[in-house]
Design a protein around this ligand. Structure first.
Ligand code: 7TS
Length: 409
């Protein structure tokens, strides 16, 4: 048995959710890949907007509307800086990662996808990076092909290159970090390979954005999608970043207010970027609070965040590996703070229930990655995902709760 370690959490007291008991036990929150907790500054920002600053944006000249617009646009600037976007108008606010990918799949395919063309997605993709492409492919008579992975959960690079050798590949869409396996994909390299073959490359950054530095110019991807709620911000807000030249060519995704220049029954002209892709009243409070989340995250520092999370995932992997009958699914060389596992004689769902009774929150199920479950021949996994406000005691509580579950099952 390995020794207990002492890994200190960062800024734990900023998260009021951690200051509560669930079923009589202090909460151990290990479902960060589903959504992160929100620090008090983000909660206060939302409260402040609705309590004192409610107004619509981009339309009124009155004081609150102008202030709201200015704050809304300040978030766009913060996102631009966060991901090192060359242009402000390349940052499009969406409802989340799913919405962002659907936008691209819909609008990009209108001009770039033709019958017989191919779209490549990997086995480890979240359904939101598979199904929108299937819908687009079906409309256009194109084909979605799978980039397979090895038993550790890493992209099979020879197979990827083989697939790319077809001149019909027009898009490669891939997760930066797998939500189920934790695998970190070398999307910079894979985007380069795609570009060499004339294909575009979309990165699903839902699981990477809160855990590592992202520089879209360095990655040289064409699109990068992520959700605010997985980076300490509110639900219902996300970002699509795209190269300006592509976004300018793409037709609007939705029609309505804000996205038009002039509407006539004879025909309508569309607004410039980014408004062209932001029809209707957006999630104003959410976008404004999103800036508080970004500022908060940057104040702690992504280097410090990933350092703590790295320690936590290594410690958890070591401790979990010592449990008899437990098998970790996803053992890539390069891994983020996600550990999926199955335990002999215990269905993940039952494990999740027993852990919950002990105040330990994990996710169980297929994690919206059914093709990946089939690849590993399991119906579901249990998944613990860590964040900087977790500590080694949380890992110890997970391990002892699992041992108790083993006794019970
Ligand atoms: N892509 C990845 C890699 C994800 O992990 C998720 C959400 C999405 C896309 C979709 O993000 P949304 O904000 O639009 O819903 N993943 C998870 C998860 O692992 N558990 O709950 C949601």
């Amino acid at each position: 048995m390995s020794e207990k370690e002492n890994i200190e959490a960062l800024h734990r007291s900023d998260f009021l959710a951690l200051d509560q008991s669930i079923h009589g036990h202090p909460l151990v929150y290990l479902d960060n890949a589903a959504t992160t907790l929100k620090p008090s500054v983000v909660v206060e920002s939302i409260k402040n907007h609705y309590a004192k600053e409610t107004a619509n944006v981009h339309r009124g000249i009155h004081f609150l509307s102008a202030m709201g617009t200015q704050k809304y646009e300040a978030t766009r600037e913060a996102v631009k800086n966060l991901i090192h976007s060359p242009h402000l108008e390349e940052v499009i606010f969406t409802k989340g990662t799913t919405d962002a990918i659907n936008l691209v799949a819909h609008s990009w395919s209108e001009i770039y996808l033709q019958e017989g063309d191919e779209i490549l997605v990997s086995t480890m993709e979240h359904h939101s990076n598979i199904v929108p492409w299937q819908i687009a492919a079906q409309k256009k008579g194109a084909i979605v092909k799978e980039i397979p992975i090895n038993d550790q959960g890493e992209i099979l690079e020879d197979r990827y290159q083989e697939l790319l050798s077809s001149s019909k590949v027009k898009m490669v869409a891939m997760a930066h970090v797998s939500n189920t396996l934790g695998t970190i994909n070398d999307v910079k390299k894979y985007a380069k390979w795609a570009h060499e073959k004339g294909a575009h490359f979309l990165v699903d950054g839902a699981q990477s954005i809160a855990h590592m530095k992202v520089d879209v110019q360095d990655l040289d991807c064409d699109f990068f999608a992520f959700s605010a709620h997985k980076m300490f911000g509110p639900t219902g807000v996300g970002v699509l970043w795209g190269k300006k030249t592509l976004l300018e060519e793409m037709p609007p995704y939705q029609g309505g207010g804000a996205m038009i220049k002039e509407v006539k029954f004879e025909g309508t002209t569309f607004n410039e970027l980014p408004e062209k892709f932001e029809a209707g009243t957006p999630h104003i409070a959410g976008v404004i609070a999103f800036k508080s989340a970004i500022d908060y995250m940057l104040e702690i520092g992504l280097d410090r965040i990933s350092q703590v999370e790295d320690q936590l995932v290594k410690y958890a992997t070591k401790k979990l590996s010592e449990i008899k009958g437990l098998r970790i699914i996803g053992t890539a060389q390069d891994k983020a703070s996600v550990v999926s596992f199955v335990m002999e004689g215990a269905h993940p769902h039952d494990l999740g229930m027993i852990l919950d009774e002990q105040g330990v929150a994990i996710r169980t199920g297929h994690h919206c990655t059914q093709p990946l479950m089939n690849r590993f021949n399991v119906p579901a996994t249990a998944r613990a995902s860590f964040c900087f406000y977790n500590n080694s005691e949380d890992v110890d509580r997970l391990v002892s709760a699992l041992k108790k579950a083993q006794e019970l099952l």
